[in-house]
Design a binder for this molecule. Sequence first.
Ligand code: MG
Length: 386
Amino acid sequence: MVTVPVGAAERLEPAPWAQQATAGGDRHYPEPAPSFRGEFQRDRDRIVHSAAFRRLVYKTQVFVNHEGDLYRTRLTHSLEVAQIARTVACALRLNEALTEAICLAHDLGHTPFGHAGQHALNRCMRPWGGFEHNLQSLRVVDYLEQRYAEFPGLNLCHATREGILKRCPPRLAADMGRLGERFLRGTQPGLEAQLANLADEVAYNNHDVDDGLRAGLLDPEQMGKVPLFRDHYQRVREAWPALDERRSIHETVRRMIGELVDDLIETSAQRLRAEAPASPEAVRAMREPLIGFSPPVARRHMALKRFLRRNLYRHERVHRMARESRRIVSELFAVLHEDPRLMPAEFAEAAAMADTAEDYARVVADYIAGMTDRYAIAEHQRLFQL
Ligand code: MG
């Protein structure tokens, strides 16, 4: 039985460790408070209304978008991360709206073609500071979305931006002011950010199992090497021997997520009770995160991760697709970097106005990173197969 500080229920008083919105939301450009929403609800709504969010529907996680309509895309992934995290946020009395906003924005900076696209773009950008999708997510919400009359970007609250920036190399952190401090000091972000990070892992590991099995890249027998899968699969098989394979797998994945989420809540609740941080600032001063799995469940989760890395992400079919994706991204970068007038007017103009070689290359990277899988493929065809 799960025992959390006050039990999982909605509309509970937030705990002292939950992030509260400050008046005005601590935004870079001051704005009047929203009339009928909280500050973090406003952030969430701005993220959902952004062009980058809509484009997630045609961006890949592991499988290329045109391989089938049943696979996860970055959009469905982001929704799944948000719903997992909201359950945990309620149970631990964290700020649910902030948690949701961070989750929905966490993948906005992803290139087309998932990690293959990110690697290719990073390699192209190596002479000019590289490319990292997590930093790009922040760049999307801070600069690239041009929608509001009074400010560039979405002008999100500081706590939302803190949650979006999961990683940051020290050389960049030094220039990022308040947002970069924790990477230099080795301290933690708020609990909502810690939670979004783990909900992301729970979502993609389990859903990659589901998609990998559906695609025939994994099979249940081979998955028997993974205790987290095997234990639940055996129990489902024993309880419903006549159940068809698809439903058995779905029931298994559902239970795997359940085990991880329950453990995440129970373990984090114990740590919160033990440490009893008096404020979000007390959480931020800590060296270790408070949101986390118990050691045995962390090991089970890690074994699943390792298995997927070896057997799914390096599968010959995924590898072949990744190779093709890298080629498309690299060739697009080369041709657009050489002739920026091939880009849409706003990017061509930005490239023409760039003061440095870094800024110039960054415009090309911004343009390519914003592409969906199918747009990148079409654009590549247009430029190379005349
Ligand atoms: Mg993600």
